[in-house]
Write a protein that binds this ligand. Sequence first.
Ligand SMILES: Cc1cc2nc3c(=O)[nH]c(=O)nc-3n(C[C@H](O)[C@H](O)[C@H](O)COP(=O)(O)OP(=O)(O)OC[C@H]3O[C@@H](n4cnc5c(N)ncnc54)[C@H](O)[C@@H]3O)c2cc1C
Length: 482
Amino acid sequence: MSKITSLHVVWLRNDLRSYDNAALHHATAAANDEQNSAVLALFIATPKTWQRHDMAPIRQDLLRRRVLQMQTELASRNIALMALEASSYSDCAKIFSKLADAGMVALYGQTEYELREQQRDKEITQQLQRADITVNWYDRLCIMPPGTILTQSGDTYKVFTPFKRNWLSRLHEQEIRCYSKPKASVLVDVKQLMQQLGVKEMADGDGCSADWPVAEQQVLDKLRGFCQQQVADYNDKRDFPAVKGTSRLSAYLACGVLSAQQCVNRLQMEAGPALEREKSGASVWLSELIWREFYKHILLAYPDLIKHKPFQAETAAIRWRQNKTLFKAWCEGNTGYPIVDAAMRQLNDTGWMHNRLRMITASFLVKDLQIDWRWGEQYFMSKLIDGEFAANNGGWQWAASTGTDAAPYFRIFNPVTQSERFDPEGDFIRRFVPEIAHVQGKEIHWPHKKSTPSGYCPAIVDHDEARKITLAMFTEVKKSDG
Ligand SMILES: Cc1cc2nc3c(=O)[nH]c(=O)nc-3n(C[C@H](O)[C@H](O)[C@H](O)COP(=O)(O)OP(=O)(O)OC[C@H]3O[C@@H](n4cnc5c(N)ncnc54)[C@H](O)[C@@H]3O)c2cc1C
């Protein structure tokens, strides 16, 4: 540290990548322009806050593994990454005050949209500005940042299709820019700096996310492989959980190993004219990335969502059941509905669940068991490797018919016909519910016809009955709303 007099600090949070990282790019450019300046990347693990946000252990482990990997990747570009262990967001302010004393001249970071994160960043911005430190936030979580896709009257879209139309027209007007990999000129001695600051090094995780590679190049190769070899079939295969028809990139998008900009850039490169065809795999995949942005725009415009309020206010009057026994059976994959059980066990065993199954299990919890969607939302968050507030809340409110552009309340998935349609051979069910793997043919979807196979649980609810109860609950609320 002897020669370094000013530090340009990049606070990494949801942008754990070195390619297409605006904060790193601008920090290195600024530091390389100044004498005796260096870039310091910083990550602060805050397990107490993560726990409060129900962040799944597997997601926490992925973050820790990615940060350690990124340390090596950035070191090869002469950029030091200081990974610290704190407790909660309130500790971040103390760390920045020590960094200010150690010569920090500027902070760079990518914006986050959740309420507490916004408050934290506002407070730290004020604290640093008071100390004459420049603060630079880059709004790159979405390709089209919130506030840029609005209705003609300047409001946030509440319905997806017109949002998407507007989004696509904006895409046609611009080229997506991805930042190149940064290279700094001076490497900070992190060990010495940590000693000087008296801060604690980030602890290792327990390795429970080991099935998910964390090297940036491997993740970029996955994206390229998907866009070259799989995206053309996406529209035909994406709804079938037994086949690998989707990208499985959600965990990387959630913690920012990949940016949405990189995804669309690669898609444009590989898919070419197919992107312009409405039902092509490429354009349907692009639509999913637009859904991701739609929910983020909604979250920023309606911060009450973070307090788990329903988007459609009248649905707050629904009296959901508080049945812990039924909820436990759903969580553990013991409902007696094979597709629901297979899906919940996929989530519990792997930390990931196929999108069609997220819709089926969410619908089952809310519309077959009449249990509060917030219980399910929290459970998903506590298990998902890609757990992400906007998409998870959006997905749950969609399924519960309480959200923006939600499924109409009277459209209630029948879990058995969903199973017949989307797992026709029962391959997915047999993989995750071994007790009924021996059941032949179509009976796999409803193995209770003669008698429940030994070792498997009887159905915890009658779907037709449950459907009537749910319809009555919604009708009541809609009626009293006038
Ligand atoms: C009840 C429920 C809860 C969900 N919770 C989450 C969550 O916590 N985190 C999360 O990233 N997604 C969530 N989703 C959306 C979706 O299920 C996952 O993004 C998808 O299954 C991830 O797999 P993939 O990467 O193979 O997706 P692909 O089909 O390859 O899609 C590409 C990317 O688009 C985005 N995406 C796809 N579908 C959606 C969608 N409906 N809404 C928002 N973004 C989407 C994801 O970033 C995904 O990686 C949820 C959906 C439902 C119905």
